[in-house]
Design a protein around this ligand. Structure first.
Ligand code: AMP
Ligand code: TRP
Length: 347
């Protein structure tokens, strides 16, 4: 027994314990090339690097106007896209956020160590609240706390995300630190993992703004499930610049974006692409990018078509994942509750 007030440290990462990776993705269904390159690609790779945990964040989806029937449909779409991309329930924990109630409970508990001022500074809140036509919900404001709970409930070490989530990961680190300071070492302070190439894929029609489901242009957004014809058209009409050199640089946002895209799709360095297309015209280059992306996404689209119709099977997969997730999160929650003074003290 320890003396009253003295906290035994919880062993946060015993030697030899595997790297634990956690990420979440919204059930919007229409996943685009930015999501694929910035995030989904990293999820698949993560399965080889550590213990990977991925969840579809349906609770986050209700922070803006939504339709319950649609939500369920889009959740299945998203699940099938991830599975088609190579997220493998045999090699990771793959589940639906709302199935694991610990996320919601931890959100409230963490709100006690979250600064209101920090939430007020979140870029995503400012952007999304400015766009809401009707209600700006408290859920939208609280979104980053739920996201912190997602990760901290698993004591994950690493969070693969695109560049736009940098500030949210910074905040969850701050929340974990403040919790540990206030209640004793309990939570892991996670690190983001943002890919060096492709962390911010830009809209093809407006290469100064990021490709996005909301706010972007239809013609400038390549969806994972787009048919080859559509992909070709979108790249053909991609906005470039008045120059003629296929290389990255200031004033060349459009071409720089295309170089990043093709280099990820082909699995080579951007420098190699610049060398290969030295002296080539923009037209030929755009066509090559389109072809690389078509080849890159075709297997995903085909596999998706096989998986999506079987909703019972998707439910089964998600239920197995939720059970595994709960087993981890419930233990962390027991520690958190005890440290915060809820329930009887544990010996
Ligand atoms: P969401 O669909 O909003 O849940 O986003 C899923 C993941 O995709 C997050 O990790 C984002 O950071 C990432 N992401 C979203 N848009 C882009 C983009 N244009 N380029 C790279 N990554 C992105
Ligand atoms: N906010 C993230 C996004 O929009 C999704 C998300 C929710 C997430 N919970 C998470 C990402 C936990 C990483 C870890 O993309």
């Amino acid at each position: 027994m320890s003396a009253p007030g003295v906290r035994l440290p919880i062993d946060l990462r015993p030697v030899n314990e595997r790297l634990r990776i956690f990420s979440g993705i919204q059930p919007t269904g229409r996943k685009h090339l930015g999501n694929y390159i910035g995030a989904i690609r990293q999820y698949v790779e993560g399965q080889d690097r550590g213990e990977a945990i991925y969840c579809i964040v349906d609770l986050h989806a209700i922070s803006v106007a939504y339709d319950p029937v649609e939500l369920r449909e889009r959740l299945y779409d998203t699940a099938a896209i991830l599975l088609a991309a190579g997220v493998d329930p045999e090699r990771c924990i793959f589940f639906r956020q709302s199935d694991v109630r610990e996320h919601t409970e931890l959100t409230w508990l963490l709100s006690a160590v979250t600064a209101h001022g920090d939430l007020n500074r979140m870029h995503q809140f400012k952007e999304k609240s400015a766009k809401q036509r009707e209600l700006v919900s408290a859920a939208l404001f609280f979104y980053p706390v739920l996201m912190a709970a997602d990760v901290l409930a698993y004591r994950a070490h690493e969070v693969p995300v695109g560049d736009d989530q940098r500030q949210h990961v910074e905040l969850m680190r701050e929340i974990a630190r403040r919790f540990n300071e206030r209640f004793g070492e309990t939570l892991v302070v996670p690190e983001h993992r943002i890919p060096p190439v492709g962390a911010r894929i830009m809209d093809l029609q407006d290469p100064t703004s990021k490709m996005s489901t909301t706010g972007g242009s239809e013609q400038g957004t390549v969806y994972v499930l787009d048919e080859p014809d559509a992909i070709l058209k979108k790249f053909r009409s991609a906005v470039t610049d008045s120059g003629r050199e296929v290389r990255r640089g200031p004033g060349k946002e459009g071409i720089s974006n295309l170089i990043e895209i093709i280099s990820v799709a082909r699995g080579v360095d951007p420098e190699e692409i610049e060398r290969e297309f030295e002296g080539a015209g923009y037209g030929d280059f755009k066509k090559a990018v389109a072809e690389a992306v078509i080849d890159y996404l075709a297997p995903v689209r085909e596999r998706y078509a096989e998986l999506r119709p079987d909703e019972a099977e998707l439910e089964r997969v998600l239920a197995v994942g939720a059970e595994k997730a709960r087993a981890i999160a419930s233990e962390v929650l027991a520690d958190v509750r005890e440290r915060m003074g809820f329930g009887p003290a544990r010996g």
